[in-house]
Ligand binder design. Structure first.
Ligand code: XBP
Ligand code: MG
Length: 261
């Protein structure tokens, strides 16, 4: 790590699922189950099972993991890779339809922080494990027209072979931004995500917890909060420096960034 110059972070890099919006339980999980039903499979991922399956990131990887550990009796078809890919494609269609219906709102403080960062000229990027179409579907259903263009770099899905907790997706995004890890702040909701950002060299990492991730290990995070805070929805801090006014805003991020590393 180089010596950090005092100043602003050059970019904010956001995870999507669980961070921008609480998409796993009522978005991805529901879409998987609809795809299973459509394919004539009697599989059903209830809320606790889905929580356990989140130990593996990536939808196709999660389906394989389910069959290896929870449904070993299933007779895999000869063209198993195609079978998984097709099932996952159906799942993506169901997920996009759910987003188009406006099924999942952004988490508290997300739109506020994006607006503040844009107004100040801070660059924005995305580093996620989910499929690129799912990112656009969420952004288009929750933010103004053209909001995908707010994100200068979108690292998503299979663009890197190894998904989180591997650092590859954050490393890819940093390369595309032409920034060093000590020039950005990452936003995550999961232990896997924090590990991925940390192993990419990022030291300013803001965690917002959700129901699935609250008990995970966030070693390496700068701060762990229940949400980013909004007037009327104060951010409660679990560890790290508590934000004044219970809001994660640019002045809070600036201070966090300047003391990290
Ligand atoms: C998100 C994921 C994804 C989604 C499903 O993790 O693990 O697999 O659950 O998306 P993160 P796909 O928030 O760390 O990016 O089915 O499109 O893979
Ligand atoms: Mg996440």
């Amino acid at each position: 790590m180089g010596v950090k110059l005092m100043g602003d972070p050059q970019a904010l890099v956001f995870d999507v699922d669980g961070t921008l919006a609480d998409t796993e339980r009522d978005g991805h999980r529901v879409a998987f189950n609809r795809a299973f039903q459509q394919a004539g499979l009697d599989w059903y991922w209830d809320v606790p099972l889905y929580g356990a399956l989140l130990s593996v990131t990536g939808g196709k990887e999660r389906i394989r993991h389910y069959l290896e550990h929870y449904n070993t009796a299933f007779a895999k078809p000869a063209d198993f890779s195609d079978f998984v890919a097709d099932l996952h494609k159906q799942k993506t269609d169901h997920y996009m339809a759910l987003m188009a219906e406006g099924a999942i709102p952004l988490r508290p403080g997300v739109a506020r922080l994006l607006d503040e960062a844009r107004a100040a000229g801070w660059r924005l990027a995305i580093a996620t494990t989910t499929t690129p179409q799912n990112v656009s579907a969420l952004i288009e259903s929750t933010l103004p027209n053209g909001a995908m263009d707010w994100f200068e770099v979108v690292g998503a899905g299979d663009i890197v072979p190894s998904k989180k907790p591997a650092p590859d997706i954050f490393t890819w995004v940093l390369e595309k931004l032409a920034l060093a890890p000590d020039q950005v702040v990452a936003f995550e909701d999961s232990g896997h995500g924090v590990r991925s950002a940390f192993d990419a060299g990022i030291r300013s990492i803001v965690v917002t917890l959700n129901g699935y991730t609250a008990e995970q290990d966030f070693a390496g995070a700068s701060v762990v909060l229940d949400n980013l805070g909004e007037p009327g929805v104060p951010a409660a801090c679990r560890s790290g420096p508590a934000p004044a006014n219970h809001l994660v805003d640019l002045s809070y991020l600036r201070k966090l960034f300047q003391t990290d590393g």
